[in-house]
Design a protein around this ligand. Structure first.
Ligand code: MRU
Length: 368
């Protein structure tokens, strides 16, 4: 998507053919800074410290992280170290495991001398595949938005989204935002309610920045406003992303997603989840029981980050919002059971959130 007049992806290979470029997402929306990653450890830090985040982008960065590792040490031990180092960075998004398994399967049988080039090539392919998959998700999801728009006689379709499942969370297009970008391109009027998404405010920092950057009508809301808006008929549909989807259609996404699903269910608002099939974990049946939930630093709750003085010339800083003596807990994701999900928007179409629904669309992937 565009930043100003320039088209960007969220990750790309530098012209030198070796350095991996990313946008430092911890500095948005106030500063747009591009960083170069040249080592395995930098790639691991970028994922762990959330310079890059969002399930598909975590996977793509991990794939490039393996390629960077191959520059220094393409031996079996080097490959094992890369997989182990990257595998420890963030536990919930299954794309990390998916991308690392993909790289391991590809590289292990190759002679050492062939691994570097093969790793860069596959990482680039993973990025290109992600873009194509998200564009397809956008087409399927835009059809849903078009239906609602037609029912409303062309009045703006009010879409609520949580966290950032936008182009910044993927390589391009986003998952939850792809249908929005595609619908807007078709001339459909939309308005987006952007949940701020405490504690890290990915909605306020990233989704709002994306919406503003593409001139899409939107309002930032506090996380607690969604239920109220739904009770008053001000939300036509919810679209969120997912970090891991079970074989039975449970979805694990940013903390607070479950509460939005409950409110949507209570108010008869369709609750859709947009996902590339790489976020389906076919080995997991019960999301609440079996998906590992990342516990992040309590500091993310005790402090908020923002621009000190938005009148101009301000600097990005963080301020404490709770007493020094108060400890904070910070579970980063929650699980929305399949029964609360209206539909899963995938690259192959819209699936019912159930084992049968997913198996019908992905008969080639489902475990026996
Ligand atoms: O902690 P984050 O910012 O990596 O969490 C991101 C999300 O929860 C997204 O909704 C999810 O990864 C889907 S991204 C297309």
């Amino acid at each position: 998507m565009k930043v100003g007049d320039t088209h960007y992806r969220s990750i790309w290979l530098d012209a030198d053919g070796a350095t991996v470029r990313i946008i430092d997402q911890t500095r948005l929306p106030h500063e747009f800074e591009i960083i170069g990653l040249t080592t395995l450890d930098q790639a691991a830090t970028a994922i762990r410290d959330m310079w890059v985040r969002g399930a598909p982008l975590i996977g793509a960065t991990a794939a490039y992280g393996v390629a960077l590792a191959m520059r220094g040490d393409a031996s079996d031990a080097g490959l094992a170290r890369a997989i182990a180092t990257l595998g420890k960075t963030r536990p919930t998004a299954v794309n990390l495991r998916w991308a690392l398994e993909e790289m391991q399967r590809l590289l292990t049988p190759l002679p050492e001398a062939a691994r570097l080039e093969a790793a860069y090539r596959r990482a680039a392919e993973i990025c290109d595949e992600d873009v194509a998959v998200n564009a397809a998700i956008g087409d399927h999801g835009a059809a849903l938005i078009a239906e609602i728009s037609a029912r409303k006689g062309g009045a703006p379709v009010n879409i609520l989204t949580h966290c950032n499942a936008g182009w910044l969370a993927t390589v391009d297009w986003g998952t939850a935002t792809a249908p929005i970008y595609k619908a807007v391109a078709q001339g459909i009027a939309v308005h987006v309610w952007v949940d701020e998404t405490r504690p890290r405010n990915q909605g306020a920092h990233l989704t709002a920045w994306e919406m503003a950057g593409h001139s899409i009508p939107h309002h930032l809301i506090v996380d607690n406003a969604g239920g109220h808006l739904m009770q008053h008929g001000m939300v036509d549909m919810v679209i969120v992303g997912t970090d891991r989807t079970t074989a039975t259609g449970d979805v694990c996404n940013k903390i607070g997603t479950y509460l939005k699903a409950l409110a949507a269910h209570d108010n008869g608002v369709p609750f859709h989840v947009a996902l590339p099939s790489s976020t389906i974990d076919w080995r997991v049946e019960d999301g609440v029981r079996d998906i590992p939930i990342e516990e992040r630093s309590g500091d993310e709750v005790s402090f908020v980050q923002g621009l000190l003085d938005d009148a101009g010339g301000g600097r990005v800083t963080r301020v404490r919002v709770s007493p020094l003596a108060t400890p904070a807990a910070n579970p980063a994701f929650d699980v929305t059971p399949a029964r609360l999900v209206t539909g899963l928007i995938t690259e192959r179409g819209i699936a019912e959130a159930s084992r049968d629904g997913l198996a019908k669309l992905f008969p080639d992937r489902v475990s026996p």
